[in-house]
Design a protein around this ligand. Structure first.
Ligand SMILES: Cc1cc2nc3c(=O)[nH]c(=O)nc-3n(C[C@H](O)[C@H](O)[C@H](O)COP(=O)(O)OP(=O)(O)OC[C@H]3O[C@@H](n4cnc5c(N)ncnc54)[C@H](O)[C@@H]3O)c2cc1C
Length: 319
């Protein structure tokens, strides 16, 4: 259902609603997001290569992340709360000439719409031109979890190699299930899912077609030996075209019932409306006149309608 209340109907759904980045609560950080506050060294490293860079540390994996950012500059400062680094992590920073500033970040210092420094709680300002922040990735997966898609230990919706979720008919691709996906991998996952969905739709069409053609052999207008043996040959109608109604000729019992249903009211109406006139005739002539009038009404008027009704009821029973 869309925001305006309208509904779309589909046999399968691919959810690609991405993720959102939750940033540390530092004054000025969100306003500079994707300008000089960056998250991805692979996306933005080349844009700030050789500049005074900083990394906001303290989160799990932040030390390694800083070592990756270090590839883009010789002037890198790692900001972290006091006493969070292990001896090995400090040694790694010293070995690669990464500065460490321990304390609480107060705010970003902006001049002429550019980041120029990071102000600490003690008032000291560390000059920096760009800041890398490992954000917390939060998947936009409400659509998936609302229908019961299973999640893994990390809380992210689980999919197989084609993007198939645990809920039949629901696929997911890109950042909504994979925080590591980038444009090319998210698009690749979408493509893989599209191919799998198409194959799944074809499987459904084949199953439906087999069901509609494998009713009792007498139902099929012209059963071939192969069909009679159950080796189903059928063409699948395009998804948007209405399916042909598959129903054979009526059985003799159905035919007798239809003639009775059509004949009784016809003869009753003729008797009621022409009764006086018919009474003047001999019995043989009366039957001849009645048959002459009633047969065309029954055969050409009522029987085709009853045949259509029979087909409709038969089709509804099968679906
Ligand atoms: C600042 C920044 C820079 C980046 N730079 C690069 C880069 O240089 N190279 C690179 O490869 N990757 C980069 N990335 C990552 C890349 O943008 C993503 O990995 C990629 O866009 C993921 O694609 P996606 O289709 O999974 O999700 P998205 O591109 O995020 O698309 C999800 C879409 O779903 C919509 N949506 C969400 N919820 C709903 C809903 N309920 N109903 C309808 N629509 C909904 C969203 O509005 C959005 O349009 C960058 C990301 C950021 C934030």
């Amino acid at each position: 259902m869309l925001e305006d209340g309208s509904r779309l109907q589909a046999r399968k759904a691919l959810v690609a609603t991405g993720l959102r980045d939750e940033l540390p609560k530092v004054m000025g950080l969100a306003e500079r997001w994707a300008r000089d506050v960056l998250h991805c060294p692979y996306c933005h490293g080349h844009e700030v290569a050789g500049q005074q860079l900083g990394v906001v540390g303290g989160a799990p994996g932040a030390v390694r992340y800083a070592q990756i950012v270090r590839q883009w500059t010789h002037d890198l400062v790692y900001f972290t709360p006091p006493d969070t680094l292990t001896a090995a992590e400090r040694a790694g920073f010293v070995a690669r000439a990464i500065g460490v500033v321990e304390g609480t970040i107060e705010q970003l210092v902006i001049d002429d719409d550019q980041l120029v420094g990071v102000q600490m709680a003690d008032g000291c300002v560390v000059p920096r031109q760009a800041l890398f922040v490992p954000p917390r990735f939060v998947p936009n997966d409400q659509l998936l979890t609302a229908v019961g898609c299973a999640t893994g230990d990390d809380g992210w919706v689980v999919v197989d190699g084609t993007g198939r979720t645990s809920v039949p008919g629901i696929w997911a691709a890109g950042n909504v299930t994979d925080p590591r996906a980038q444009v090319i991998t998210a698009a690749g996952a979408g493509s893989a899912a599209a191919i799998a969905i198409n194959a799944d739709l074809v499987d459904d069409d084949v199953r439906d077609a087999v069901t509609s053609t494998s009713a009792t052999p007498t139902d099929h207008p012209n059963p071939t030996p192969a069909l009679a043996r159950g080796a189903h040959m059928t063409t699948t109608p395009p998804i948007d075209t209405p399916r042909p109604i598959m129903a054979g000729p009526p059985t003799k019992h159905q035919l007798a019932l239809m003639i009775r249903v059509a004949g009784f009211p016809t003869l009753t109406v003729l008797n009621l409306s022409l009764g006086d006139w018919l009474a003047t005739m001999t019995p043989v002539l009366r039957r001849f006149v009645l048959a002459t009038i009633a047969v065309p009404i029954v055969i050409y008027g009522l029987m085709p309608q009853l045949h259509k009704l029979r087909v409709r009821m038969q089709t509804r029973n099968r679906s």
